[in-house]
Structure formats: structure tokens, C-alpha cells
Design a protein around this ligand. Structure first.
Ligand SMILES: C[S@@+](CC[C@H](N)C(=O)[O-])C[C@H]1O[C@@H](n2cnc3c(N)ncnc32)[C@H](O)[C@@H]1O
Length: 399
């Protein structure tokens, strides 16, 4: 790849497309287009490195290298075989193929990935007598093949595995938020990085860490041991070092008050270990406290929480009581505590349990749809104005 502009696709989670688009605008991307769970844009090779290092809400950055039409397996095999693969890997290298599809002519993504692998291997064997091999976990090149109806798009994964794996997370016994989702929630909340931010059920501390990174403009990618593009044939180490150094120079001294709380002592210890691994001990304080007892910092600020839903935690056998009554009680306590102690704050609650959320007994607005793993969630906003009509308890529902 030369230093010219080319198209890239940043994939993201449902509901974070607009946040990702705004991040790309701030980073200087060209020709930005929003898609479903993705944003495409143009830039040069340095920009590819920059996006991998800096984007908080991208899961991976793909670089499309070819597209063609296919109506059957044979078309797919021939189309893949025609790509000049020696530009991207040698016969001594390793690769893996991920195939996603939505087409009338097949629903066997595994088998289609196998066919694509055969095409690449056959091309090398015919031309050089030797073939690259498949490595599932640590390949030199990750290839994505997307088949939509009759259109096949072949891309290279420049990230080399999902960018949510920042590299700072330590062991946890909470049901941790995906780092990309946490970073998205921080930005969706509208937090400006200046007023205090509190996550009173912080679990592993992911949201706190992502908030601190956001506030100080710390690139989330600086903790990551490696990106996929660093093993590419065209990797420009000098350019990468220049960009990494420039991004580190843009880190600010901003240290807003960021406080986490959790009622589980072991979880608190693990969250502190994660904060230490991210070298953010001077930015984040974690208290061992039940939410009802947590002292709000002075002034007004942003509270973001991800309480147990009575679903995901239970699968992992943690989270304590999770009978419908216990969950109702928990959400009632959340509502009471918000009303009693957090007047003047803006609170956001992420939950998949909308029945339980009614027990908060405040009117949320807006309700943003997000997915926490497979769980269909809403991020609910409560403006806790003193005496506001939003503090009026809801009448009991009939349904
Ligand atoms: C779904 S987890 C939060 C996961 C977190 N967002 C993360 O990324 O790791 C919910 C957390 O709430 C904590 N918790 C439950 N009830 C609580 C309460 N009354 N006060 C404070 N923390 C509580 C649990 O110990 C658990 O760590």
C-alpha cells in the first residue's frame, strides 16, 4: 500500500455509529459515511495507524482490497484466487479467514471461508510451489470476506483482533462491559470531561477507565501490545512511531474527579488492579460502598451505572440475589438514592430489564438502545432537578 488515500471501514457496536462518526470527524477523516454498525472513510496509511490507536468506539478497522460478483461457490473461489495475494503475504506466512454472509446462494460461512482459504493456498502453490498456512489464533494476516447477495468484498483487518481488547484489563468477577461499549456510553452521556463522573456499581472499573482516557485524551490503543498492521508487508515502523509519539504528545493534564463504588469487596480490589494497570491511580478513586451509602462529590456531575439486570450476572453465578423481587428492590433503592442524594446530577442507567427499571420511578428521557453482548438494553437518562416534574413518582401502571 502506498501513501495515498484509500477507503477504510471502522466497525462498531449497534447504537454507537454516530459517536464513532464524530470521533472520525475530530481525527480528520475524509469522505465519512455512516452504515449499520460501521462507518467508512478515507485516509492514508498514517491515518490507518492513527485510527487504530485513537478511536474509542471502533471494534476493528478493515481495509477493503477487492470486490467482485459471485453467484456460487466456484465464482467465489475464482474471485478470491484472482486477487494478487503476494502483495499482502508470502508463502511462508500465516493467515486466517473470517466469512460473514447474507445471501440467497449459501448460508455456510464456515464452508465459504474454507473455499476462500483453498483459493489463496492454490494460487501460491501454483505460482511458487509452496503455500502459506492457516493459523487460527495468531496469524500474520486476518482476512475478512463479506458476501451480501451477489457482491463479495474482501478486506484486511488492520487491527488484528478486536480493539476492545485494550490491554489494561485485569481479572474481574463482575460481568464487565465491553470497553468499546463503555467508551461509547461515556460519549453518549454528553459528559464533557470537566464535571465529576461517578459509576456507583463499577464492577471491573471499565467505564471509569474509559472515562479517564477520554477526559485526558489518552489514546486507548497505547496499552495494546500490537496491532495487525504491524505484521503487514508494508508496515512503516518510522511512520507508526511518529504518529504514536504525536498522539502521546496530545495527552492533556485534565484530571476530573472520577469515582467508582461497588458493594463487593473482591470486585473493588480487582477494579483497583485494573486502574493501576492503566496507570490511572491519580485519576480514579474506587470506594468499597453500597450505592445507598456512597457520598456524592461536591457540586453536580454525571452518574453512569450498569446495575445487575437479573440476567447476565446470574449466568456467572455472581451478583447476589436475583429473584424478581430482589431485582425490583435493587431498582427501587436506585431510584430512592438518586432522588435523595444526587439532586442536581444527570444519571444514566444501562439495563436490559425494563420491568425492573420502572421501579426507579422517575421518567427517563431519552432511552438509547444499545446491546450489552446479546442483551437488548436501554441507556436511560434521568435529570435529577430538585423539585422537577421528572422527580414526581410515576402512577402505578395497569399492564
Ligand atoms: C453488571 S456489574 C457492573 C459491571 C461494570 N459496569 C463493569 O464494566 O465491570 C454490577 C455491579 O454492581 C455491584 N452492585 C450490586 N449491587 C450493588 C449496590 N447496592 N451498591 C453498589 N454496588 C452494587 C455488583 O457487585 C457488580 O459489581
Amino acid at each position: 500500500m502506498e501513501r495515498q488515500h484509500f477507503r477504510m471501514i471502522a466497525q462498531t457496536l449497534f447504537g454507537l455509529e454516530e459517536v464513532l462518526r464524530a470521533e472520525l470527524v475530530r481525527l480528520g477523516a475524509r469522505d465519512i459515511e455512516r452504515h449499520n454498525r460501521a462507518v467508512s472513510f478515507s485516509g492514508d496509511q498514517g491515518f490507518l495507524y492513527k485510527t487504530n490507536l485513537c478511536l474509542r468506539t471502533a471494534i476493528r478497522i478493515l481495509v477493503p482490497i477487492g470486490s467482485f460478483d459471485a453467484r456460487n461457490t466456484e465464482d467465489l473461489y475464482l474471485g478470491i484466487k484472482r486477487i494478487k495475494w503476494d502483495q499482502f503475504l508470502s508463502n511462508a506466512d500465516t493467515f486466517v479467514i473470517k466469512c460473514t454472509l447474507n445471501t440467497y446462494w449459501t448460508d455456510h460461512s464456515q464452508f465459504m471461508a474454507q473455499k476462500c482459504k483453498d483459493a489463496i493456498v492454490d494460487r501460491f502453490r501454483e505460482k511458487t510451489g509452496r503455500r502459506p498456512s492457516v493459523h487460527l489464533h495468531d496469524p500474520m494476516l486476518r482476512i475478512h470476506v463479506h458476501i451480501i447477495n451477489e457482491r463479495v468484498t474482501v478486506s484486511l483487518d488492520s487491527s488484528g483482533g478486536s480493539l476492545h481488547e485494550r490491554g489494561y484489563r485485569q481479572e474481574t468477577n463482575a460481568a464487565p462491559l465491553n470497553e468499546v461499549l463503555a467508551a461509547g456510553m461515556v460519549q453518549l452521556s454528553g459528559w464533557d470531561g470537566k464535571v465529576p463522573l461517578v459509576d456507583p456499581m463499577c464492577g471491573s472499573g471499565t467505564l471509569l477507565v474509559e472515562a479517564a482516557l477520554f477526559a485526558a485524551n489518552i489514546p486507548p490503543g497505547i496499552y495494546r501490545p500490537a496491532f495487525g498492521f504491524q505484521r503487514w508487508l508494508d508496515f512503516d515502523e518510522e511512520l507508526y512511531d511518529t504518529i504514536r509519539t504525536a498522539m502521546i504528545a496530545r495527552i492533556s493534564e485534565a484530571r476530573p474527579i472520577i469515582i467508582g463504588g461497588d458493594s463487593n469487596r473482591v470486585t473493588v480490589a480487582k477494579a483497583r488492579a485494573t486502574v493501576a494497570a492503566a496507570q490511572l491511580e491519580d485519576s480514579i478513586t474506587i470506594r468499597h460502598s453500597a450505592f445507598a451509602d456512597l457520598e456524592p462529590p461536591d457540586g453536580q456531575g454525571m452518574l453512569i451505572m450498569n446495575p445487575p439486570y437479573g440476567e447476565r450476572m446470574d449466568e456467572q453465578g455472581i451478583g447476589g440475589e436475583s429473584s424478581p423481587e430482589a431485582i425490583q428492590e435493587l431498582y427501587t433503592m436506585i431510584g430512592d438514592t438518586l432522588k435523595k442524594r444526587w439532586t442536581g446530577w444527570t444519571a444514566w442507567v444501562l439495563t436490559s430489564n425494563l420491568e425492573a427499571a420502572k421501579h426507579i420511578r422517575l421518567t427517563p428521557k431519552p432511552k438509547i438502545q444499545l446491546f450489552n453482548g446479546a442483551l437488548d438494553c436501554r441507556m436511560l437518562r434521568y435529570d435529577l432537578y430538585a423539585g422537577s416534574r421528572r422527580l414526581t413518582p410515576l402512577p402505578p401502571r395497569e399492564d
